[in-house]
Design a protein. Sequence first.
Length: 269
Amino acid sequence: MASLMKARTIVAGNWKMHTDLDEARKLMEALAGWSKAGRSDVQMIVAPPYPFLATAVDRASASAGTGRNSSIIIAAQNCHEEEQGAFTGEVSVRMLKSLGVDACIVGHSERRQYYGETDTIVGRKVALLLKHGLQPIYCCGERREEREDGRYRDVVSAQLHEALGALTPGEVAKVIVAYEPVWAIGTGLTATPEQAQEVHGFIRGELRLLAGEAASAIPILYGGSCKPENAAGIFAGSDINGGLIGGAALVADSFIELMRIAQQVKSSS
Ligand code: PEP
């Protein structure tokens, strides 16, 4: 029997290590101005660099209107897996919470590649975020050689089970998952709509093993060179609930256009 539960649609922007304070303010200003009018059922999430989180939280709460999804969720791009301690330069979940940050990206492939993050570490971050009531956005995805030799399903399955396997089904149901094939991130190469839907459907099945029927309502976002020119085809996938956007999130018009496309595609499906 088909489940009646449906995942909400989300467009999330990961600004990575881009912008200075002035640019971050302007970008937030443009997004908040658009969002305030409550034109969309699509949830906007914005993940600025750490130093600009407080500014982004202030701007988002000042502009939260009363229309449809007029509120912007502010996310961090990372957090530490320990509660607190002697970890110079790191940022804790409690710090993020005290700033009014509501969500956090974890397990991004750049964190895995450049900072040696494993799924064990990422799983601890997910658990800590849930403990403090923040929304984890868990990233997974295969590297190019793993796609080419056909191992991509095994890789993604292992990532999901290692990072989320120790959680209760109810906790898994609270996670947002982002499928981001590493070969498509920042490269201009995008998964075809068919490739993306195939993996998203597979991820939904794996999430069902971890969360039961509640998996139907877990948002699974696609990430990897997604932009207004290719988003409509990708967002149309039945298990694709929006996108995690890098480069195109740095230009207000492109990001807003992606919000519009997500709204159009999902309201016609
Ligand atoms: C990302 O880093 O999460 C991402 C999807 O980047 P881009 O859109 O630039 O490929």
